[in-house]
Design a protein around this ligand. Structure first.
Ligand SMILES: [Zn+2]
Ligand SMILES: [Zn+2]
Length: 199
């Protein structure tokens, strides 16, 4: 894996999007790495008949580190002295910023063909499974038990209240009924709590 010479933390992503030549493109700055001969091949594919000389004009050894062989690249003019790019004197690769590729096309009188591509970082984590929090589950279970217990309590009090006084062993308790209602309401509320966070 080769890193982008400009963005140290970005790994170049191989993309066949440009004229079927697998180029290495940086997902961060969209810069493109052309191995020796790839730039010429790509330009030939876009219009044909390109016989440009891709030796640098006035190369200076002040370029970036080559992503391929880690040697220092040279900075110099490509086709035109004003189009200053990085080229590796060791492996012959060329690093182009996206606007530099467009400029090069204009300088060579090329039009059409694929332009700079947007490349997306390869997914690092393929859909991490939804993590169920143990504490959350415990709260849910306690809430559900509370709600059911409250419901039973309310039902029992209702049964006592509605039954003829003679048929039941003791009178309905207002306090117990209120506690059951609270337990039920609290349980239901707690069960709904956290729904906004994906529950
Ligand atoms: Zn980059
Ligand atoms: Zn190199």
């Amino acid at each position: 894996m080769n890193n982008c010479p400009k963005c140290a933390s970005e790994a170049l992503v191989e993309t066949p999007a440009m004229g079927n030549i697998p180029l290495d493109v940086c997902p961060g700055c969209s810069g493109i790495w052309f191995d020796k001969g790839e730039l010429e091949a790509m330009l030939k594919q876009s219009q044909g008949g390109v016989s440009a000389d891709f030796d640098l004009i006035n190369p200076k050894a002040e370029g970036l580190a080559c992503p391929r062989c880690k040697n220092k690249m040279s900075r110099g003019g490509l086709v035109n002295p004003l189009l200053v790019v990085d080229k590796c004197p060791s492996c012959g690769g060329i690093w182009l910023d996206p606007h530099e590729l467009d400029l090069l096309r204009k300088l060579l009188g090329l039009s059409g063909g694929p332009s700079a591509e947007t490349v997306y970082r390869p997914a690092v984590d393929p859909a991490a499974p939804l993590k169920l929090d143990a504490k959350f589950i415990r709260i849910k279970i306690v809430s559900a038990v509370g709600a059911v217990a409250g419901l039973i309590g309310v039902s029992y009090e209702m049964y006592l209240y509605l039954s003829p006084a003679a048929a039941v062993s003791h009178a309905p308790s207002a306090g117990l009924a209120a506690a059951s209602v609270l337990l039920f309401a609290g349980g239901v509320l707690a069960m709904n709590w956290g729904k906004g966070k994906g529950w």
